[in-house]
Design a protein around this ligand. Structure first.
Ligand code: URA
Length: 177
């Protein structure tokens, strides 16, 4: 199930499909692709993607063992710059993410930033309130942390994300269902 063509939101855009396979133990969910992602057809390859890759290295998690996706599959812009998708745009795109979650064997889903956290982990909550928190639906763990793009504005955020994810993985390792 790969999104190659979609008109759910009524806009003529180029979707960026997820990277990785459904057997991955960890699923990462970002917000939406940026310019570089649309250009390459792969999530998290631009400036925020470089931060994401560095975080994976620090945590000793190979990207090849991850499933990486976004809440919305297309880039939304305002005056040529990336913008956060509206709640209506998120709703229209959610069937894709719901299907990905249904197919995925991931035991840990890590949401990056508020849009992803609200979509699947902690609805209606601000990311500053829920970051570092985990919840479970009985089948898998959902952990929320900041978006790697936050590191581009505040380099100290990188350690916060690394520590949040380190904790999520530790809980996952000790988690028996
Ligand atoms: N930011 C995201 O949320 N996703 C990407 O794929 C790239 C940047």
């Amino acid at each position: 199930m790969t999104v190659l063509f979609c008109r759910n939101c009524g806009q003529d855009k180029q979707p960026v499909p997820a990277d990785g396979d459904y057997s991955a133990e960890i699923m990462w969910i970002g917000e939406s692709p940026g310019f570089r992602e649309v250009e390459s057809g792969k999530p998290f390859v631009g400036p925020a993607g470089k931060v994401f890759s560095r975080i994976l290295v620090k945590l000793d998690i190979p990207r090849s063992s991850c499933y990486v996706t976004n809440v919305v599959k297309c880039r939304f812009t305002e005056d040529g710059r990336n913008r956060t998708p509206t709640p209506q745009e998120v709703d229209k795109c959610m069937p894709w993410l719901r299907a990905e979650l249904a197919f995925s064997a991931a035991r840990l889903v890590i949401t990056l930033g508020e849009t992803a956290s609200r979509a699947v982990a902690f609805p209606k909550k601000d990311i500053a309130v829920v970051r570092g928190r985990l919840r479970t639906d009985g089948k898998r763990l959902f952990g929320a942390t900041y978006h790697p793009a936050a590191v581009l504005r505040d380099p100290e955020m990188e350690d916060v994300i690394v520590e949040d994810v380190r904790n999520f993985v530790e809980v996952l390792r000790g988690w028996k269902l």
